[in-house]
Design a protein around this ligand. Structure first.
Ligand code: 5GP
Ligand code: MG
Ligand code: MG
Length: 183
Protein backbone atom coordinates (compact mmCIF):
# COMPACT_ATOMS: atom_id res chain seq x y z
CA UNK A 1 0.00 0.00 0.00
CA UNK A 2 1.32 3.40 -1.01
CA UNK A 3 1.08 6.55 1.13
CA UNK A 4 -0.57 8.46 -1.72
CA UNK A 5 -3.50 6.04 -1.71
CA UNK A 6 -4.38 6.84 1.92
CA UNK A 7 -3.27 10.47 2.12
CA UNK A 8 -6.31 11.45 4.19
CA UNK A 9 -5.31 9.07 7.00
CA UNK A 10 -1.78 10.45 7.31
CA UNK A 11 -0.33 13.73 8.56
CA UNK A 12 3.15 13.31 7.14
CA UNK A 13 5.44 10.67 5.65
CA UNK A 14 8.46 10.47 7.97
CA UNK A 15 10.59 7.76 6.37
CA UNK A 16 10.16 6.57 2.80
CA UNK A 17 10.45 3.04 1.47
CA UNK A 18 13.69 4.01 -0.30
CA UNK A 19 15.21 5.56 2.85
CA UNK A 20 14.39 2.36 4.76
CA UNK A 21 15.97 0.20 2.06
CA UNK A 22 19.17 2.28 2.01
CA UNK A 23 19.43 2.29 5.80
CA UNK A 24 18.92 -1.47 6.12
CA UNK A 25 21.66 -2.05 3.53
CA UNK A 26 24.00 0.17 5.59
CA UNK A 27 23.12 -1.66 8.83
CA UNK A 28 23.52 -5.04 7.14
CA UNK A 29 27.09 -4.19 6.10
CA UNK A 30 27.95 -3.31 9.73
CA UNK A 31 26.26 -6.45 11.06
CA UNK A 32 28.13 -8.68 8.57
CA UNK A 33 31.43 -7.16 9.63
CA UNK A 34 30.68 -7.36 13.36
CA UNK A 35 29.56 -11.01 13.27
CA UNK A 36 32.04 -12.33 10.74
CA UNK A 37 32.48 -16.10 11.18
CA UNK A 38 29.50 -16.37 13.59
CA UNK A 39 26.08 -17.79 12.84
CA UNK A 40 23.80 -15.06 14.02
CA UNK A 41 20.31 -15.66 15.40
CA UNK A 42 17.86 -12.91 14.48
CA UNK A 43 15.01 -12.66 16.99
CA UNK A 44 12.05 -10.75 15.61
CA UNK A 45 9.39 -9.30 17.83
CA UNK A 46 5.96 -9.98 16.32
CA UNK A 47 4.14 -8.52 14.63
CA UNK A 48 5.66 -5.11 14.04
CA UNK A 49 9.15 -6.34 13.15
CA UNK A 50 8.01 -8.60 10.30
CA UNK A 51 8.95 -6.16 7.54
CA UNK A 52 12.29 -5.13 9.10
CA UNK A 53 13.19 -8.79 9.62
CA UNK A 54 12.26 -9.77 6.06
CA UNK A 55 14.22 -6.95 4.46
CA UNK A 56 17.22 -6.96 6.83
CA UNK A 57 17.64 -10.74 6.61
CA UNK A 58 17.60 -10.66 2.80
CA UNK A 59 20.08 -7.81 2.79
CA UNK A 60 22.58 -9.87 4.82
CA UNK A 61 25.15 -11.81 2.79
CA UNK A 62 25.89 -14.31 5.56
CA UNK A 63 23.99 -17.28 6.99
CA UNK A 64 21.54 -16.38 9.74
CA UNK A 65 18.71 -18.17 11.48
CA UNK A 66 15.46 -16.47 12.43
CA UNK A 67 13.10 -16.95 15.32
CA UNK A 68 10.15 -15.01 16.65
CA UNK A 69 8.64 -13.87 19.90
CA UNK A 70 5.29 -12.26 20.48
CA UNK A 71 4.87 -10.04 23.51
CA UNK A 72 1.95 -7.85 24.43
CA UNK A 73 2.50 -4.17 25.06
CA UNK A 74 0.04 -1.77 23.47
CA UNK A 75 -3.07 -3.79 22.67
CA UNK A 76 -5.26 -1.87 20.23
CA UNK A 77 -4.55 1.62 21.59
CA UNK A 78 -1.66 4.04 21.24
CA UNK A 79 -0.35 4.12 24.85
CA UNK A 80 2.25 1.77 26.32
CA UNK A 81 0.83 -0.19 29.23
CA UNK A 82 4.26 -1.11 30.59
CA UNK A 83 2.90 -4.59 31.22
CA UNK A 84 4.71 -7.21 29.14
CA UNK A 85 3.45 -10.73 28.62
CA UNK A 86 4.91 -13.50 26.41
CA UNK A 87 2.26 -14.55 23.89
CA UNK A 88 4.64 -16.72 21.85
CA UNK A 89 8.07 -17.82 23.01
CA UNK A 90 11.16 -18.70 20.96
CA UNK A 91 11.64 -22.22 19.59
CA UNK A 92 15.43 -21.81 19.80
CA UNK A 93 17.72 -22.62 22.72
CA UNK A 94 19.78 -19.46 23.21
CA UNK A 95 22.72 -20.99 25.08
CA UNK A 96 25.96 -19.98 23.41
CA UNK A 97 24.15 -18.12 20.61
CA UNK A 98 24.84 -14.65 19.28
CA UNK A 99 21.44 -12.98 19.34
CA UNK A 100 20.32 -9.87 17.49
CA UNK A 101 16.88 -8.65 18.51
CA UNK A 102 15.10 -7.10 15.54
CA UNK A 103 12.53 -4.46 16.47
CA UNK A 104 10.33 -2.02 14.61
CA UNK A 105 10.36 0.83 17.11
CA UNK A 106 11.58 1.83 20.54
CA UNK A 107 9.12 4.15 22.21
CA UNK A 108 9.24 4.10 26.03
CA UNK A 109 11.81 1.28 25.81
CA UNK A 110 9.88 -0.69 28.42
CA UNK A 111 9.20 -3.67 26.16
CA UNK A 112 12.80 -4.06 25.04
CA UNK A 113 14.23 -3.52 28.49
CA UNK A 114 12.03 -6.33 29.76
CA UNK A 115 12.90 -8.52 26.77
CA UNK A 116 16.64 -7.96 27.23
CA UNK A 117 16.41 -9.11 30.82
CA UNK A 118 14.36 -12.13 29.83
CA UNK A 119 16.71 -13.24 27.01
CA UNK A 120 19.84 -12.51 29.05
CA UNK A 121 18.78 -15.16 31.57
CA UNK A 122 18.90 -17.86 28.85
CA UNK A 123 22.66 -18.10 28.42
CA UNK A 124 23.22 -16.33 25.09
CA UNK A 125 26.84 -15.56 24.13
CA UNK A 126 25.81 -12.01 23.18
CA UNK A 127 22.63 -9.98 22.78
CA UNK A 128 22.38 -6.81 20.70
CA UNK A 129 19.51 -4.77 19.31
CA UNK A 130 18.63 -3.62 15.82
CA UNK A 131 15.67 -1.21 15.69
CA UNK A 132 14.40 0.63 12.64
CA UNK A 133 12.94 3.55 14.62
CA UNK A 134 13.40 5.23 17.98
CA UNK A 135 11.56 8.07 19.70
CA UNK A 136 14.21 9.68 21.92
CA UNK A 137 11.71 12.04 23.57
CA UNK A 138 9.52 9.13 24.73
CA UNK A 139 12.26 7.12 26.49
CA UNK A 140 11.41 5.98 30.03
CA UNK A 141 14.41 3.67 30.23
CA UNK A 142 17.75 3.91 28.44
CA UNK A 143 18.26 1.18 25.86
CA UNK A 144 21.62 0.56 24.20
CA UNK A 145 20.74 0.12 20.52
CA UNK A 146 23.72 -1.01 18.50
CA UNK A 147 22.03 -0.83 15.09
CA UNK A 148 19.55 2.03 14.75
CA UNK A 149 17.71 3.18 11.66
CA UNK A 150 16.11 6.55 12.42
CA UNK A 151 15.29 8.79 15.36
CA UNK A 152 11.78 10.20 14.93
CA UNK A 153 9.59 12.72 16.80
CA UNK A 154 7.33 11.59 19.64
CA UNK A 155 4.25 10.95 17.48
CA UNK A 156 2.24 7.82 16.75
CA UNK A 157 3.42 6.34 13.46
CA UNK A 158 2.19 3.53 11.23
CA UNK A 159 3.45 1.59 8.25
CA UNK A 160 6.26 -0.83 7.42
CA UNK A 161 4.92 -3.32 9.96
CA UNK A 162 3.60 -0.78 12.47
CA UNK A 163 -0.15 -0.86 13.01
CA UNK A 164 -3.03 1.03 14.40
CA UNK A 165 -5.67 -1.55 15.46
CA UNK A 166 -3.99 -4.09 13.12
CA UNK A 167 -4.36 -1.78 10.11
CA UNK A 168 -1.66 0.07 8.09
CA UNK A 169 1.03 -2.60 8.54
CA UNK A 170 1.31 -3.04 4.76
CA UNK A 171 1.94 0.65 4.12
CA UNK A 172 5.35 0.88 2.42
CA UNK A 173 6.53 4.06 4.18
CA UNK A 174 6.51 5.10 7.84
CA UNK A 175 4.04 7.94 8.40
CA UNK A 176 2.39 9.89 11.19
CA UNK A 177 -1.20 8.74 11.60
CA UNK A 178 -3.68 11.63 11.44
CA UNK A 179 -5.28 12.14 14.88
CA UNK A 180 -8.81 12.05 13.42
CA UNK A 181 -8.28 8.33 12.73
CA UNK A 182 -7.93 7.42 16.42
CA UNK A 183 -9.69 10.24 18.31
P1 5GP B 1 7.73 0.58 24.03
O1 5GP B 1 7.64 -0.53 25.03
O2 5GP B 1 9.13 0.91 23.64
O3 5GP B 1 6.99 1.79 24.54
O4 5GP B 1 6.94 0.16 22.73
C1 5GP B 1 6.78 -1.16 22.41
C2 5GP B 1 5.97 -1.44 21.18
O5 5GP B 1 4.88 -0.53 21.04
C3 5GP B 1 6.72 -1.28 19.87
O6 5GP B 1 7.52 -2.40 19.57
C4 5GP B 1 5.57 -1.11 18.90
O7 5GP B 1 5.04 -2.36 18.55
C5 5GP B 1 4.58 -0.30 19.71
N1 5GP B 1 4.71 1.14 19.38
C6 5GP B 1 5.45 2.08 20.01
N2 5GP B 1 5.36 3.28 19.40
C7 5GP B 1 4.55 3.08 18.34
C8 5GP B 1 4.08 3.93 17.27
O8 5GP B 1 4.36 5.14 17.16
N3 5GP B 1 3.26 3.34 16.36
C9 5GP B 1 2.89 2.03 16.41
N4 5GP B 1 2.09 1.60 15.46
N5 5GP B 1 3.33 1.20 17.38
C10 5GP B 1 4.14 1.72 18.33
MG1 MG C 1 7.71 -4.02 18.19
MG1 MG D 1 0.78 -2.52 17.57
Amino acid sequence: MDSREIEGDLTEVLVTEQQIRDKLAELARRIEADYEGERLLLVGVLKGAVMVMADLARELRSHVTMDWMAVSSYGAGTQSSGVVKILKDLDTDLSGRHVLIVEDIIDSGLTLSWLLGNLASRGAASIEICALLRKPDAAKVEIDVKYLGFDIPNQFVVGYGLDYAETYRNLRDVAILAPHVYS
